[in-house]
Design a protein around this ligand. Structure first.
Ligand SMILES: [Zn+2]
Length: 397
């Protein structure tokens, strides 16, 4: 469990994106109203005796954890934040998301219905709690968690070295795909620290949190439930259309790839490259490819700071998309979620340093089985890492 916890932390921090200080472009105005959480039971992050799920909802989401009285609601959006902010901040943020959510879905080639079908109604910390309890059956295999007991064929491997692997795969698959209602019912019934159904539930809305920080390297991020962005009156974005679309693409990425372990199996160059390229933020020129090695950047700590790192990720992503098609890449993400990243797999390096220096093994296996280069020849992660510059060189000639 330790490695998955480490990676869960990484998954959240690699979503941060820079902003700017110019005026926002004008957007469509939609109808909305302020509501009181006490009346509706809708919260950005529920509070169980001081326990929040905010760590999975955004690194700058503290204002939405602390201000739990009201929010602003439109057809597709909830906006949370400090009630002392002007009403126009909440309205503007909702208008942005209402205006660009469809754009983000369109560039990913999916419908709103497909997005919500892929996103769980059980908050991620409920699914994670469910997973931990299923894994705990290892210590007492004759016990049960709700209606769930260890299957006989897994019990039969108890004295073999396959036991942990088999049990973990079973638990992650169940925790990821069991019906949300069953997850919530089981968690409420079996775990006495959860007692409110409404707080375990996530609605079919984009959850927006307004933060009040002014940081050149962090304007917003995409989260599982929506986006965390700077309050417009505090730090207006350089280009709301591109930035909101970019962050919403991060939301879609998480929904399409993350299983109940909370590990994000896509490398950083893919996450930022896809969000940057598809939101129209542009790529670096092909003839500048040799200035950076995007495909070596798996986590944010692999990134060497250069101004146009995102443009290099975008160029790498553009190559892959033109060679394979956008639909293939989006299907790839969904297939990746279905493959359990099993911490007990032999393909997982035991050594943490080595583990962090390589892509997730399920990502590597699926990539090697799926991707082709611009000539239609099979492309492996190893080739993509080691020969990136010659692929781009051939492409630009
Ligand atoms: Zn980003």
């Amino acid at each position: 469990m330790k490695r998955s916890m480490i990676l869960a932390g990484i998954a959240v921090t690699l979503m941060g994106c820079g902003g700017g200080s110019e005026e926002a472009s004008s957007v469509e105005s939609v109808a909305g109203s302020f509501k009181f959480s006490a009346d509706t039971g809708v919260y950005y992050s529920p509070d169980y005796n001081g326990v929040y799920d905010a760590e999975y909802l955004g690194e700058e989401a503290l204002p939405c954890e602390e201000n739990r009285t009201q929010y602003y609601e439109t057809e597709n959006v909830y906006v949370f934040g400090n009630p002392d902010l002007p009403d126009s901040d909440f309205e503007t943020a909702a208008n942005w998301v209402e205006s660009y959510f469809q754009d983000a879905l369109d560039v990913m080639g999916i419908t709103k219905e497909e997005f919500y079908a892929e996103r769980t109604h059980a908050r991620f910390f409920a699914r994670n709690h469910f997973l931990e309890d299923l894994v705990d059956l290892k210590d007492d295999p004759s016990s049960s968690f709700g209606e769930f007991t260890l299957p006989t064929d897994i019990l039969e491997t108890r004295d073999t070295e396959d036991f942990n692997f088999n049990l973990y795969e079973w638990a992650v698959t169940l925790a990821t795909y069991t019906d949300a209602q069953t997850v919530m019912d089981t968690v409420i019934e079996e775990a006495n620290d959860f007692d409110e159904y409404s707080s375990l539930n996530i609605d079919d809305k984009i959850y927006v949190c307004l933060h009040e920080g002014v940081n050149d390297n962090y304007w917003g991020e995409g989260t599982y439930a929506g986006i965390v962005i700077a309050a417009p009156s505090v730090n207006p974005p350089s280009d709301a259309s591109e930035l909101i679309t970019h962050e919403l693409i991060h939301t879609i990425q998480l929904v399409f790839t993350m299983d109940a372990t909370l590990v994000q199996p896509l490398p950083r160059w893919w996450l930022e490259g896809q969000a940057t390229y598809l939101s129209g933020m542009g790529t670096v020129a092909k003839n500048k490819h040799d200035e950076y090695d995007p495909t070596l950047v798996i986590y944010s700590f692999d990134e060497t700071y250069v101004d146009d790192a995102y443009g290099h990720y975008a160029l790498a992503y553009q190559y892959l998309e033109e060679a394979n098609g956008r639909e293939t890449l989006v299907n790839f993400m969904s297939e990746l979620k279905a493959l359990v990243t099993n911490i007990y797999s032999d393909e997982n390096p035991e050594d943490i340093e080595e583990y962090l220096a390589t892509e997730d093994y399920q990502f590597t296996n699926l990539f090697n089985a799926t991707m082709v280069d611009m000539d239609g020849n099979p492309l492996t992660v190893e080739q993509w890492r080691n020969n990136y510059h010659s692929y781009i060189e051939d492409w630009s000639n």
